[in-house]
Design a binder for this molecule. Sequence first.
Ligand code: AMP
Length: 414
Amino acid sequence: MKKTVEHIDVKGMKVLVRCDLNVPIKDGKITDETRITASLPTIQYLIDHDAKIIIMSHLGRPEGKADMAYTLKPVADRLSELLGKEVVFISSPTVVDDRVREAADKLEPGQVMLLENVRFRPEETKNTFDFSSELASLGQIFVNDAFGTAHRAHCSTAGVAGYLPTVSGFLIDKEIRYLGEALERPLRPFVAIMGGAKVGDKIKVIENLLNKVDTLIIGGGMSYTFFKALGYEIGQSILDADHVELAGSLIEKAREKGVQLLLPEDVVCAKEFDNDSEKAVFAKDSIPEDMMGMDIGPASVKLFSEAIAAAKTVVWNGPMGVFEMPNFAEGTKKVAEALAECEGTTIIGGGDSAAAVTQFGLADKMSHISTGGGASLEFLEGKVLPGVAAINNLEHTDENVELYKHIYDSRNKN
Ligand code: AMP
């Protein structure tokens, strides 16, 4: 169990908060502010509890230089509008300098300051002690709430924790609670659904999940590599040729572990990788030589949906087909609908599957949508995330478990 911001007294304290405010910006305008709004509960909690708040974030990849194309100024402005109060912002090319220190020192309880893009400093991504201690010197407590970068050991995600008492914000707490519970104490049956294009990217996740799940569903582009391993012809479908053997050994491992492995029964094929290409459904072992699998077919949807309906815990990562093309989005949509109807805990592991459930208007039907694609994949791989490991543990006593449960339940009541 990790300590959260609610386990400590922040009144009057200078609290350094790492958020993930890495929003897409086009022509100076924020095009999707999800990450800002997702960070608000922790910031608002700190305001309400009279902390002096100093927020850190990265934005894009300025490659360690003070490239003003990546200034956090537009984020500071929007954050100020959303909070309904001033957000102090000093666009320092070195992120921390005398002006910044002075402004941080002058903060009153409840006041908010945002530092300039931490990736203006080349040291940030190298997790060196100098920049970490510069950042840490601004605060008295470190709150990490940036799950999206928790898999990176950077100065602002892990380094500062070496100098300050460190707790999690609400966002990270929710992520580790959902993902962690699913992996450690899942209600069963536990079903994982993996999709997307590349097997290579997700092998470690599949390997780890095979030790945890009752059923593993494989769909999307990666299923053709598994088909190949089973000896089926896959026509022009996407193939991860380097991993055919490995796909075969994963099938074997599933058998050994008694995990039910479900692959598509049928696929929607097209002649071209094009939304308007002629399409037809074929059985898994009858894909024509000149066609490619673009989506799962109706028999697969039925098979997968039945497994999902029976599940008490579902984790989903990766689309079932080329869902960006409306004519090949049906399989992904039907799986998203099956999750929406599932009475168990449903967890969406970030990235494309998160985009898909949002696109289908089903986001609010899921128990949890992870905010970190890469971070949630690493979590599912069973890796230690440096940004999470850096958070202080809460001693595992019955009293603490009860307290945590009480705090968590009352926070998430609404
Ligand atoms: P990933 O980044 O590995 O999760 O892959 C996501 C991408 O996989 C999406 O852009 C999908 O369009 C793509 N994808 C899913 N199914 C297929 C398929 N059958 N053929 C080609 N690409 C696919």
